[in-house]
Ligand binder design. Structure first.
Ligand SMILES: [Zn+2]
Length: 405
């Protein structure tokens, strides 16, 4: 597998009705094409005049940006809508073609692999998944990967496949370096396996970072320049969008916020360190605390079941919810102190806690935040199951169309 360059890729879009068409344009042209796609995802169908205005270019330039995307079937001009009362030529909104090129998205998790075939508009066309045990060996996991992806991608002509991988990733080889929950994922060659099978570019990245790209392209982050996408549940992770760009450390490093230290000499973490954020704000911690406090169904406690006990008037459960909220807020405030992301889009277990959980976290964020005019804002993702897979599509869009992400 070759080195992946996220900065200067070539737009390789294959129209359905010709064998293959490769567009190579200047960086500026590609960036503008990427921006057009971003604007459409954010604003919906837009006229040429509207796109020109947002990009601050004239009508001739917007035509030169749009035409290649129309030629290869990414975008279409829809039927004219009625002219405004002021008169003038009726506008023909530009939108994604339903028959346009397709994106592959894959999520490799501690106990399942999910795959989806996506339209360039983010519509899920086909979906499949396969499960494995936490003690599964690498071969079993690769078989599950092939099973789920073959169902989705075998008959498709893809721009590329974007993969959200759990654990520490190595982008240049498309592999997982280590995954504490499922050791069979250690060293697994996801990128090579998928490239060999489907003959299309494959980009593998850290799960929370891909989740952030899902927020950025298709979710609550569409209108936000700075935000952190936070994964909660059995593990904790951050994907950070800063000034409109996703942040990546060298070869995919970083985003391991779950292993930042929040308690010196605290509990032993599965990574070998002590007092990591994961030791005080994950499901493992919640279940341990529930057990110590004598709550019902402690061993299967989640934010959702905790909420139901709170709703039943259990004051001990209410206290634990506040503690869970505080401990989550601590990790996010640490990021606020360093990067001031401002908005925190939360995913995973915590969303099951509903409005009371959201309000509890926001209260703690307000208490702990640096004293400035506005406090950081906490949001719960609205499509938590879909957004990581959609982010796999965002990873390909960001690369293929050379946007900043
Ligand atoms: Zn740790």
């Amino acid at each position: 597998m070759g080195t992946i360059d996220y900065r200067e890729p070539v737009l390789d879009v294959r129209p359905r009705n010709s064998s293959r068409k490769l567009i190579t344009a200047s960086r500026v042209g590609e960036t503008n094409r990427g921006r057009v796609l971003e604007i459409l995802h954010r604003s919906g169908p837009s006229s040429r005049a509207e796109l020109a205005r947002v990009l601050s270019v004239n009508r001739a330039t917007i035509a030169s940006i749009l035409q290649p995307l129309i030629d290869v079937g990414v975008l279409v001009e829809k039927p004219p809508i009625a002219a405004s009362p002021a008169g003038g030529k009726p506008a023909r909104p530009i939108w994604f073609s339903r028959n346009g090129p397709l994106l592959g998205a894959v999520q490799v998790s501690p106990d399942f692999v999910a795959a989806a075939l996506l339209g360039i508009d983010g519509n899920v066309r086909v979906r499949a998944s396969a499960v494995y045990e936490r003690d599964a060996d690498s071969q079993t996991i690769l078989s599950a990967l092939v099973e789920a992806t073959s169902t989705c991608f075998s008959a498709a002509d893809l721009i590329g496949i974007g993969v959200a991988a759990s654990g520490m990733v190595k982008i240049s080889t498309g592999s997982i370096i280590s995954m504490h929950l499922t050791p069979g994922l250690n060293g697994i060659e996801i990128g090579q396996t998928l490239e060999d099978r489907f003959g299309t570019p494959v980009l593998v990245d850290h799960h929370p970072r891909v989740q952030a790209l899902g927020d950025l392209w298709f979710g609550l982050g569409r209108d936000i320049e700075d935000f952190a996408s936070v994964y909660t549940g059995e593990a904790l992770g951050f994907g950070i969008v800063h000034r409109g760009s996703i942040i990546r450390g060298r070869d995919g490093a970083g985003g391991e916020s779950g292993h930042t230290t929040v308690q010196l000499d605290g509990a032993l973490c599965r990574c070998g360190r002590r007092g990591c954020w994961e030791t005080v704000a994950t499901l493992g911690w919640l279940r341990q605390k529930s057990s110590e406090l004598g709550l019902d169904n402690a061993s299967e406690m989640t934010a959702a079941t905790l909420l139901s006990q709170v709703s039943d008037g259990n004051t001990v459960a209410a206290g634990l919810m506040s503690l869970y909220a505080r401990n989550l807020a601590v990790g996010m405030i640490n990021n606020e102190q360093i990067l001031a992301s401002g908005t925190y889009i939360m995913h995973g277990d915590v969303c099951g806690g509903g409005k009371p959980m959201l309000e509890a976290i926001q209260d703690w964020m307000n208490k702990l935040a640096p004293a400035r005019e506005t406090n950081p804002l906490v949001l719960f993702a609205t499509q938590p199951d879909e957004i990581t897979l959609l982010g796999g599509g965002g990873l390909i869009l960001s690369s293929a169309f050379a946007t900043v992400a």
